[in-house]
Design a protein around this ligand. Structure first.
Ligand code: HPA
Length: 252
């Protein structure tokens, strides 16, 4: 199997990779079950890139039911070692308004009840039943993060560097009190899919980093504290950020 230079996982509003050419489709079954959909592998400039839509190409899989293990294992099976995770998020603090692209460097996990480790279920993970306690002090891979930041500079794409991603359970959006608590905790961004994906990637030995697309001000965080967040606003803002996103992914 030929190597893949970069795998991209698309989030809400990103169901295909723009400018991917000579696309092959792979339907992969993994030891953890089926991923969210087919993996599309193609050429992006001079690189071989794989793409998987986290919620399925028709957005049918909610965040708490994504088979994160199968998604990552499918990409790894196809030869990927580096995963760029696109996460659609709400912005909490000043630098992270709608349509901003950001490369956070920390996260806090508020999710519950998700399969969050390879050390669960049958067959028990890698390494014959040994319990994994991976280091996670720096949850995103330093090398890949630096590559994304450098690519943004080369491509002239504005990218906010750093910030803390709070991963919530969803699929509902948060209350204003919940967002106020996340802010007190030090979160700059809020999304529903950042975990357990990042932790599982570490257990699988994949390089992994998050590229967050801010779709809205999180509840009560924007200039209009009474604003109601609609899916249409989310999709419109992700679409508006997509040109920069395609340039950036091409440069990575
Ligand atoms: N909260 C959680 N997840 C999100 C949001 C939000 O405000 N916007 C897009 N994904």
């Amino acid at each position: 199997m030929s190597d893949i230079d970069l795998a991209v996982i698309g989030g809400t509003g990103v169901y295909a990779l723009a400018r991917l050419e000579e696309v092959e489709t792979h339907v992969v079954e993994t030891r953890y079950g089926a991923p969210s959909g087919p993996v599309r592998v193609g050429r992006l400039g001079a690189s071989r890139v794989a793409f998987l839509a986290r919620h399925g190409e028709g957005h049918s899989v909610p965040p708490h039911l994504v088979n994160y293990r199968a998604n990552l294992a499918a990409l790894q099976h196809l030869g990927a070692t580096r995963v760029l995770a696109l996460n659609t998020v709400g912005g909490i603090t000043e630098r992270f308004g709608p349509r901003v692209l950001a490369c956070p460097d920390q996260l806090i996990d508020y999710t519950w009840g998700r399969v969050s480790t390879l050390c669960e279920g049958e067959p028990w993970a890698v390494s014959g039943g040994e319990v994994l306690h991976v280091d996670f002090g720096e949850p995103y891979s330093r090398g890949l993060r630096q590559a994304v930041l450098a690519a943004a500079r080369r491509a002239g794409v504005d990218l906010v560097e750093g910030g803390c991603y709070g991963a919530t359970q969803g699929p509902r959006l948060e209350t204003r009190a919940e967002i106020a608590r996340l802010r007190r905790d030090g979160c700059d961004l809020v999304g529903m899919t950042g975990m357990p994906e990042a932790g599982l990637a570490r257990e699988l030995g994949l390089e992994y980093t998050c590229l967050a697309v801010v779709a809205n001000w999180a509840a009560g965080a924007g200039p209009d504290p009474d604003e109601v967040i609609t899916l249409q606003d989310v999709l419109d803002n992700v679409a508006a950020a997509s040109a920069g996103l395609a340039d950036l992914i091409g440069a990575v």
